[in-house]
Design a protein around this ligand. Structure first.
Ligand code: ADP
Ligand code: MG
Ligand code: MG
Length: 910
C-alpha cells in the first residue's frame, strides 16, 4: 500500500478538520474512553468506559465539549452537523430503528455532561423523537398507551422548559390540575385519556407561549435540544454553581445522545440511583433508591418518595444481583466509590451513568481509609481522596442535648451531617434577603423540595430542611457538597411555601421561628438548641491525619487570642500560634474602661497610669497562652487597630448628650460625655484603615509598646521560672519602612533586656514584623536587617495592594465575579498573580539579607487550600489560620508536598 491510495475524502477531512466532534458508543465498543473527561465530559467518558467494559449501556454518541465552546463563540463548525448525522445513522442501523419514524420509532435522550459533575444544573430531555404520529405507533407497538402518552407528555414538558423556555410552573399547573380532576395521587395512575388531555393542553401552552407548534420533525427536535444543552451551560444556575465551585466558565459541556430505555413501561420496569458506599458516613454498604414504573428524574426530584435499594433485592433478585456485580466491578475499575444511575426495562437492567460519588467529609475519610485497607489505593492516593475543605465536617457542630427537653417534631433522612439551629424561611429569595439585611442570626431554609433555582438561598442558609425527597435528592446532594447540614424528606411536615407556613404535630411555624436540625440523625427539633463544636478525636480522622502530617513541609499554626482558642488550636494540631491579636484582650468588660482612660489621657503621665492598670491583665493573658502552647512558638502582635475602635461611636454620643441635655441637664454624666465626644472627634479620621494605627501607634505613644512588651516578656519569664519553655515572637504591625521597624525594635529589645536584668531570667524571643503594605514588601531586604521574622498579613496586604477596602468589597464583588474580573474573592483566596508575587518577592529579598529569616502568613488565606499550596510552593515556613481551618491547612500542605514530589519540582527556597 502506498500513500497515494489512501481514501481521498478521509484524508481531506483529516487535513481540514483535525477535531473529531462526535464520539460513538455502542455495539460493544466506543470511540472514546473514561480518561477523556475534558473532551467527552464526565458522563460521556463514563458511558464510553462502561460500553468498552461490555456493560449493558444503551448505545449513542457524544458531541464533544469543543462544540459547546464553538457555540459560545457563535460559530459552530459545519462538520459538527455532518458528524452528528453520520452518528445518528450509525445508531439507527445498530438499533434497527429510525429516529421518530417507522413502525418502531427510535427515541433518544439528550443529556448534558461537563467535565465536572454539576448536579441538576443542566437539563436532560427524554423521549426525543416522539411526535403526534410516533406516539400512536408506540402505543400500538407496546400495547401500552399509558406508557406512550406518559412519555410524550414528559417530552413536551422537558422540551418546553429546556428548549423553548416555557415556564415549568405552567406545565406543572396543567398537570396538577388534571391530576386533581382525575382524583389520582401518583403520576402513573393517570389514564391514557387523562394523559391525552394533558398532551393537548401542553401543546396549546407551547403555542401560546412561543407562537409556534411543538416541533414534530424528529431531526428539528434533536438540533434544537442539542443547542439548548449548549445554552444551558450559560444559564444562571449553572453559572452560580460554577462560581461557588470555582469551575472554569470556558470548559463547556458535552452533549450525549442516547437510545432510550424505558423505566415507565409498567410494574416490571423502573429507574434508580445508588452509591457503592454510603455517601454520608462512608460505610461500606450498598446504598441506593429506586422507583418502579418511573422515568428519569422521578427518583431524585422528590416527587414520589423512592424505595430503598434493599427492596429491589426482594422484588427482583436477579436484577439486584446483576446491579451489585456491575457496580462492584465499576468501583474496582475506577478505584473509587461510584455514584450510578440505572433503568430496568421489562426486567432487563441498563446502566445509564457512573461517576466518582460526591460524599461528605466524614465519608471521604472513611472511604479513603477503607480503600487502603482493601488494597484498592495507596496511602498517598488516600491523601488526595479528601478535599481539604471537607475536613471541616469533622468540626461541624453537634446539638447539645444533655439536660435539654427535646421535642422532636419529625424525623427525615440524615442527608448531610452536622447541626444547624436557626430561624426559618420558606423561599430562597427570603433567605437571600434575610441574609443581606442581617435580619436573622442563622437561617434554615425550609422547602417542600429544593430545585436548582434555590441554590443562592441554600448558599446563605445554615441548614436545609425538606419534606420530600431522598438521600439523593437535590437538597441532599448539594448540601453535602457545601458541607452544610440537611434533613431531607421529613414527610410529616406540611410545608406551605406560599403561606410561609410549616405545620407539624398540630403546631404552626412561621417565617422567623426557631428550629434545630440534626443532619446526622435526621431529626427536626422544636426551638433553639445550643450547639457544640465537634471533637476532632474521631479515630478515622486521627488515622488519616497520621498519614497526612509526616508528608508536609509547611508548619501549620493557628490564629488565637485567648487560652480557649489556644486549646482548640492544639486539639486541632497547631504547631504554634501565628497571630495573637492583643487588642482583643482590651475589649473585655473590666479593661475597656482603662483602655478608654488611656486613650483619653491628655498627657503621658495619665496615659502611663492607665497602662499600668492594663499591664497585669495583659501579663496574665499572655502567661495563659504560653502555658497552653508549652514550647511551641507564639507570635504576639502589638496593638494594631485605630484607637477610635475602643471608644463609643460619635453618633451614639451625640444622641445620648442631646437626650441628657433635654431631660437631665444637670446630670454629672454630661461632664463625662462631653470630653469623650471631644476626644472622639479629635480621633476621627477620614480613612482609619490608613490612619493612626499599627506601628504608628507605638511610635506616637511609645509607652503603649513598652507596656505591651513588658507584659509579654514578664509573662514569659514567669512561665519559664515555673518550669515552662515559652518561645515568644513579638510582631510589629503595619510597618512600611526600616525606620519604623528600627524605632519599635529598639524599644522592644531595650524593655526585654531590662526585664531580664530585673528578674535575672532570660527567655528566647524574636522581633519581627507583619508585611502588609506594598512598601514593606518592596523594601523587605532592608526591613530584614531588623526583623528576625516576617508574617504576611495577607488581608491588609490584599487591601493595600488592590486598594480595596475589605469592609466595602461586597458593594461590587458580585459584579466582579459575574463578569469574571475576579475568579475568587481575593480576601478568601490569595491573588497569586499580584499579592502573591509581593509575598514571593519579599520572602526572597528578606532571606537575601537574613538567610534564616522565618516566614509565614497569617490572615484568612492561611486556611484556604489553594493559598496554602501557593505558600508551600514559594517556600514559606508556615501558615497560620483560624483553629477551625487547621485540619484543612494540614491536608492542603501535605497535598502540596506530594504534588511537588510527584511533579519532580524542587521548591524555590527553604
Ligand atoms: P443529570 O446529569 O441531571 O443526572 P442525566 O443526563 O443523567 O441528568 O439524566 C437524568 C436521568 O434521565 C437519568 O438518571 C436517567 O434516569 C434518565 N435518562 C437519561 N438518559 C436516558 C436513556 N437513554 N434512557 C432512559 N433514561 C434515561
Ligand atoms: Mg445523571
Ligand atoms: Mg493588618
Amino acid at each position: 500500500m502506498t500513500q497515494g491510495v489512501v481514501d481521498q475524502a478521509a484524508a481531506q477531512k483529516a487535513a481540514s478538520t483535525t477535531t473529531q466532534y462526535v464520539y460513538f458508543f455502542g455495539g460493544g465498543k466506543a470511540d472514546g474512553n473514561g480518561r477523556m473527561k475534558d473532551v467527552l465530559g464526565g458522563k460521556g467518558a463514563g458511558l464510553a468506559e462502561m460500553t468498552n467494559a461490555g456493560l449493558p449501556v444503551p448505545p449513542g454518541f457524544t458531541i464533544q465539549t469543543e462544540a459547546c465552546r464553538e457555540y459560545m463563540r457563535g460559530k459552530l463548525s459545519p462538520a459538527i452537523n455532518a458528524e452528528m448525522h453520520a452518528a445518528l445513522e450509525r445508531l439507527e442501523k445498530l438499533q434497527g430503528q429510525k429516529l421518530g419514524l417507522g413502525d418502531n420509532p427510535l427515541l433518544v435522550s439528550v443529556r448534558s455532561g461537563a467535565k465536572f459533575s454539576m448536579p441538576g444544573m443542566m437539563d436532560t430531555i427524554l423521549n426525543l423523537g416522539l411526535n403526534d404520529k410516533a406516539v400512536e405507533t408506540l402505543a400500538k407497538l407496546t400495547g401500552n398507551p399509558r406508557f406512550a402518552y406518559d412519555s410524550y407528555r414528559r417530552l413536551i414538558q422537558m422540551f418546553g422548559d429546556v428548549v423553548l423556555d416555557v415556564p415549568k410552573k405552567k406545565f406543572e399547573h396543567i398537570f396538577d390540575g388534571i391530576k386533581a380532576k382525575e382524583k389520582v395521587k401518583f403520576d402513573y395512575e393517570l389514564s391514557p385519556v387523562a394523559l391525552q388531555k394533558i398532551i393537548a393542553e401542553y401543546k396549546k401552552l407551547v403555542k401560546q407561549e412561543t407562537g409556534k407548534d411543538f416541533p414534530q420533525a424528529p431531526l428539528d427536535q434533536l438540533v434544537q435540544a442539542r443547542d439548548a444543552v449548549f445554552r444551558s451551560w450559560q444559564n444562571e444556575r449553572a453559572k452560580t454553581y460554577r462560581r461557588i465551585n470555582h469551575i472554569d466558565d470556558w470548559l463547556g459541556t458535552a452533549v450525549n445522545v442516547q437510545a432510550m430505555v424505558y423505566g415507565n413501561l409498567g410494574e416490571n420496569s423502573g429507574t434508580g440511583v445508588g452509591f457503592t458506599r454510603n455517601p454520608a458516613t462512608g460505610e461500606h454498604a450498598f446504598f441506593g433508591e429506586y422507583l418502579m414504573n418511573a422515568q428519569g428524574e422521578d427518583v431524585v426530584s422528590g416527587v414520589r418518595t423512592p424505595l430503598p435499594i434493599s427492596e429491589l433485592e426482594r422484588a427482583m433478585p436477579i436484577v439486584y444481583e446483576q446491579l451489585r456485580t456491575i457496580t462492584g466491578k465499576l468501583e474496582k475499575h475506577y478505584r473509587d466509590m461510584q455514584d450510578f444511575e440505572f433503568t430496568i426495562q421489562d426486567g432487563k437492567l441498563y446502566m445509564l451513568q457512573t461517576r466518582n460519588g460526591k460524599r461528605t467529609g466524614l465519608a471521604a475519610v472513611r472511604v479513603a481509609i477503607d480503600m487502603v485497607r482493601e488494597g484498592l489505593i495507596t496511602q498517598e492516593e488516600a491523601i488526595f481522596r479528601v478535599e481539604p475543605n471537607q475536613l471541616y465536617d469533622f468540626l461541624v457542630p453537634r446539638l447539645v442535648e444533655k439536660g435539654e427537653k427535646i421535642e422532636v417534631l419529625a424525623t427525615g433522612l440524615p442527608a448531610s451531617p452536622g447541626a444547624a439551629v436557626g430561624q426559618i424561611v420558606f423561599t430562597a429569595e427570603d433567605a437571600v434577603k434575610a441574609h443581606a439585611a442581617g435580619t436573622f442570626k442563622t437561617i434554615i431554609l425550609v422547602r417542600g423540595e429544593t430545585t436548582p433555582e434555590d441554590i443562592a438561598g441554600m448558599e446563605v442558609a445554615a441548614g436545609i430542611l425538606t419534606s420530600r425527597g431522598g438521600m439523593t435528592s437535590h437538597a441532599a446532594v448539594v448540601t453535602r457538597g457545601m458541607g452544610k447540614c440537611c434533613v431531607a424528606g421529613a414527610g410529616d411536615l406540611k410545608v406551605d411555601e406560599a403561606k410561609r407556613e410549616l405545620r407539624v404535630k398540630g403546631k404552626v411555624f412561621k417565617h422567623g421561628d426557631w428550629i434545630s436540625l440534626d443532619g446526622t440523625t435526621g431529626r427536626v427539633i422544636n426551638g433553639r438548641l445550643k450547639t457544640l463544636d465537634a471533637q476532632p478525636d474521631d479515630p478515622d480522622l486521627v488515622k488519616f491525619m497520621s498519614w497526612v502530617d509526616p508528608v508536609r513541609r509547611l508548619k501549620i499554626r493557628a490564629n488565637a487570642d485567648i487560652p480557649r482558642d489556644a486549646k482548640n488550636a492544639r486539639l486541632f494540631g497547631a504547631e504554634g500560634i501565628g497571630l495573637c491579636r492583643t487588642e482583643h484582650m482590651f475589649f473585655a468588660e473590666d479593661r475597656i474602661e482603662h483602655m478608654r482612660t488611656m486613650i483619653l489621657a491628655q498627657d503621658e503621665k495619665t496615659r502611663r497610669a492607665a497602662l499600668k492598670k492594663l499591664l497585669p491583665m495583659q501579663r496574665a493573658d499572655f502567661a495563659g497562652l504560653f502555658k497552653s502552647m508549652e514550647s511551641l512558638p507564639v507570635t504576639i502582635r502589638l496593638l494594631d487597630p485605630p484607637l477610635h475602635e475602643f471608644l463609643p461611636k460619635r453618633e451614639d454620643l451625640l444622641v445620648e448628650i442631646q437626650h441628657l441635655q433635654d431631660t437631665k441637664p444637670r446630670s454629672p454624666k454630661l461632664k463625662e460625655l462631653r470630653p469623650l465626644l471631644a476626644r472622639v472627634e479629635e480621633l476621627h479620621e477620614q480613612n482609619p484603615m490608613l490612619g493612626l494605627r499599627g506601628c504608628r501607634l507605638g511610635i506616637a505613644f511609645p509607652e503603649i509598646t513598652e507596656m505591651q512588651v513588658r507584659a509579654i516578656i514578664e509573662a514569659a519569664v514567669q512561665v519559664k521560672s515555673k518550669g515552662g519553655d515559652p518561645h515568644v515572637e513579638i510582631m510589629v504591625p503595619l510597618v512600611g519602612s526600616i525606620e519604623e521597624m528600627r524605632n519599635q525594635a529598639t524599644i522592644i529589645r531595650r524593655v526585654a533586656e531590662q526585664i531580664f536584668e530585673e528578674k535575672g531570667v532570660k527567655v528566647d524571643y524574636m522581633v519581627g514584623t507583619m508585611i502588609e503594605l506594598p512598601r514593606a514588601a518592596l523594601t523587605a531586604d532592608q526591613i530584614a536587617e531588623e526583623a528576625e521574622f516576617f508574617s504576611f498579613g495577607t488581608n491588609d496586604l490584599t487591601q493595600t495592594t488592590y486598594g480595596i477596602s475589605r469592609d466595602d468589597i461586597n458593594n461590587f464583588l458580585p459584579a466582579y465575579l459575574k463578569y469574571g474580573i475576579f475568579k475568587h474573592d481575593p480576601f478568601a483566596t490569595l491573588d497569586q498573580a499580584g499579592v502573591g508575587q509581593l509575598v514571593k518577592m519579599a520572602t526572597a529579598k528578606g532571606r537575601n539579607t537574613r538567610a534564616n529569616l522565618k516566614v509565614g502568613i497569617c490572615g484568612e488565606h492561611g486556611g484556604d487550600p489553594e493559598s496554602v499550596k501557593f505558600c508551600h510552593k514559594i517556600g514559606l515556613n508556615y501558615v497560620s489560620c483560624s483553629p477551625f481551618r487547621l485540619l484543612t491547612a494540614r491536608l492542603a500542605a501535605a497535598q502540596a508536598a506530594l504534588e511537588e514530589k510527584n511533579s519532580g519540582a524542587v521548591h524555590t527556597t527553604s
